[in-house]
Design a protein around this ligand. Sequence first.
Ligand code: AMP
Length: 404
Amino acid sequence: MDTILVVNAGSSSVKFQVYSIEGEGTLRRQIKGQIDGIGSRPRLRAGGASNGPLVDRAYPIEAVPDVPAAMAVAGDWLRNELRVTPIAVGHRVVHGGPDYSRPVVIDHGVVCRLERFVSLAPLHQPHNLAPIRSLLAGFPTLLQVACFDTAFHRTHEAVADHYAIPHQLHAEGVRRYGFHGLSYEYIARTLPNVAPDIARGRVIVAHLGSGASMCALKDGRSVESTMGFTALDGLPMGTRPGQIDPGVVLYLISEKGMSATRVQDFLYRECGLKGLSGVSNDMRELEASTESHARLAIDYFVYRIGLSAGMLAAALQGLDAFVFTAGIGENSASIRARVAEQLGWLGVTLDADENARHSRLISQPGSRVPVYVVPTDEELMIARHTLAMLVNGPSLNTRSERVS
Ligand code: AMP
């Protein structure tokens, strides 16, 4: 059985999935696993498509000190214990820079180019590239494909891609990239099946998870995003503040004496729902909490989604549908209900029963703007891109990519 391995590597974990390639190019998820606690308490866990856990194994810290070691442990387990030898590997890579507008087959030259974007995403890009490098070294003929979180947004007009700063900085790469692109691409490709009549229209997608952003889709293409240069901007998230006056950052530096590294840590790990509530970054815990600051954090989250919807509706010059996705969007009926209330003026009327049932269509039949819940699947999107490279060959898929 031919298989594709999908890898999503972060600083302390490597998540992986194995898909089998079935007749007519259908992909079926066979294994989902991860090694977490890299460099602290390494643990390999994985499950199969139906038959429960396949492995749950702790490792000594020196056996898995870093991401390449974690990749090796996962690879050995797949090969030696499950006899899985993938014919291609698809990687999630957060940053494709200004030029990659689609996935790319990886070689040493591509790795060098992607290393240039480390400064644009210092917390993610190095960890994304680590398993790519180790697989290139160990299995030089294995097809590897990089799939970018930024690529889907490269369709933005110049006016949506700029900040009002001197052009030289834009040329250097200081731009409004947008992220969560693999999630939005999955939703855009799924919408024609879910709601064919609106899939080509003006749609706002709210990806509400630990990371959260919103995207304006017109005819299935991204025209605007709440995220920009980094994944810090836009909506408040689990531990990130979302939109914030740059003056606050200046205050932290000049009045609080924070270094750049300290500010970075603060903005990525100590703000958002966690910072505002003082309770948790987890929406389930906030919803269960009776603390007034937990309520304020939820109020702020909902309020900012409403504000952003207005901004994106302006970018789209109207609205034909609204889609919820990701952990909170797919599972929290109460957040959806509160967001829908904010969207009333745009023409949304929620159906409380369908919403409570987590139905796919949760607005009333008469709602001028229909509201959908569509589970996202970024890993499947990566597997599809990787399969397309296998079937069509890299030249077809990369010919329009521009690389500086
Ligand atoms: P993700 O990053 O997409 O996995 O989403 C993680 C977020 O989804 C966390 O804030 C979780 O608390 C939230 N979440 C997951 N399930 C629920 C639920 N049933 N109700 C509220 N929030 C949820």
